[in-house]
Design a protein around this ligand. Sequence first.
Ligand SMILES: Cc1cc2nc3c(=O)[nH]c(=O)nc-3n(C[C@H](O)[C@H](O)[C@H](O)COP(=O)(O)OP(=O)(O)OC[C@H]3O[C@@H](n4cnc5c(N)ncnc54)[C@H](O)[C@@H]3O)c2cc1C
Length: 383
Amino acid sequence: MITKGVGMKKEVAIIGGSTAGFFTASLLAKQGIDVRVFEAADCIEPLKRILIVTDYMRDVLGGLCDDIILNRIHHYELFADGRVGTVSLHRPDIVIGRSSLIRRLAKDAEENGAKILTGHRFSDLKPYGNRLNFTLSLDGNGSHLDASTEVLIGADGVSSSVAQKGGWPCQETVHLTQAIVELPGDIIPDTARVWFIPEETPYFYWLLPHSETQGVVGLVGKDEDRTKKALEAFLDRKGMTPLEFQDALVPLYSRWVPNHKRLGNNDVYLVGDAAGHVKVSTVGGILTGFRGAMGVADAILDGGSSRKLKALRTELDLHNLIRKFLNRFTQKEYCSLLDLLTPGTRRTLGRFHRDETPRLLANLLLKQPRLLLLGLRALIYRR
Ligand SMILES: Cc1cc2nc3c(=O)[nH]c(=O)nc-3n(C[C@H](O)[C@H](O)[C@H](O)COP(=O)(O)OP(=O)(O)OC[C@H]3O[C@@H](n4cnc5c(N)ncnc54)[C@H](O)[C@@H]3O)c2cc1C
């Protein structure tokens, strides 16, 4: 039944039934591993959230995601103090609904042989001989269930209980708030907008159309109340009315933390937001969560470390470096940034996506070395 690796574990318990957990479950179940996914919620009815990912999603999921795509973004318009720069994507970004994605991944995991147990909230973990014992509270009747496994994977999100019980450090977080709006008349549905206003946010405001008539406008901030107020003020200035808000915490990746630990004689891994695998330049975590899942699946199947995790680390570290530059940018630097978007630079930006940052940066700096100077100047003079 199992074809790869020597001394490979046969039984895996995954805590958390969302994007990272179900994707990991599929990868392992496909290879004959006995996989159980324990999800705290009573059923797979995830909160609605509009997401944008690069076309790399299709490389990872193949046709699996084709019929849940809501929209494709071909162009980005970048705004800074009256200046506008446009970047056209070679391979359009994909807009999807998180709930459809999760349901699709859950179905795929089950079809590959994983068992999904909802209403099971992980609460404790203890190594015992060659097993890991863990406790689950059963929602609804207040009772507990003791279970055990050979390998445990925490896919339980930003406030991961598995990470906490496994002794991982607490993660720094930011608040992401977005509002559904009717699209203003001057917006073309295949074009997303980004506004850099550093006196209001070191991140950016975005408008992302998910249909012909509607889009989401969003913002990342440290504090929930202030982020929501800033977003409301922005919407007011732009003459847009929020129809519904979507918000939650996301981890702020600041350095690579190994996502594997030995507890007693057994392995514990973290994937997705639980591992902090979020691109901190744009605060996107879906595809980096998938990459972490592929890395962990490789490590379990091959009984060692994974090259995919090393590549993910490089990716996340580069996004962190970009974020460090951007955090120091004033309006002046953002204006210079848009001025440096020559046709050649824009072509490079459109050719490589943000899930292949090593190639993107190498090509971008070859085309426009002054971008590096701009970043370094901000880093040195605005410490
Ligand atoms: C408003 C918003 C917009 C976003 N937009 C984008 C975007 O456009 N593109 C992008 O790439 N990323 C985006 N992100 C980030 C992205 O959504 C996350 O990185 C991703 O959803 C994380 O997936 P995950 O599976 O790791 O964790 P989660 O989706 O948080 O899932 C964790 C799961 O674990 C379960 N759980 C928690 N505790 C327990 C427990 N003790 N026992 C059992 N189960 C438990 C939860 O119920 C949940 O189902 C956005 C985030 C927010 C908040």
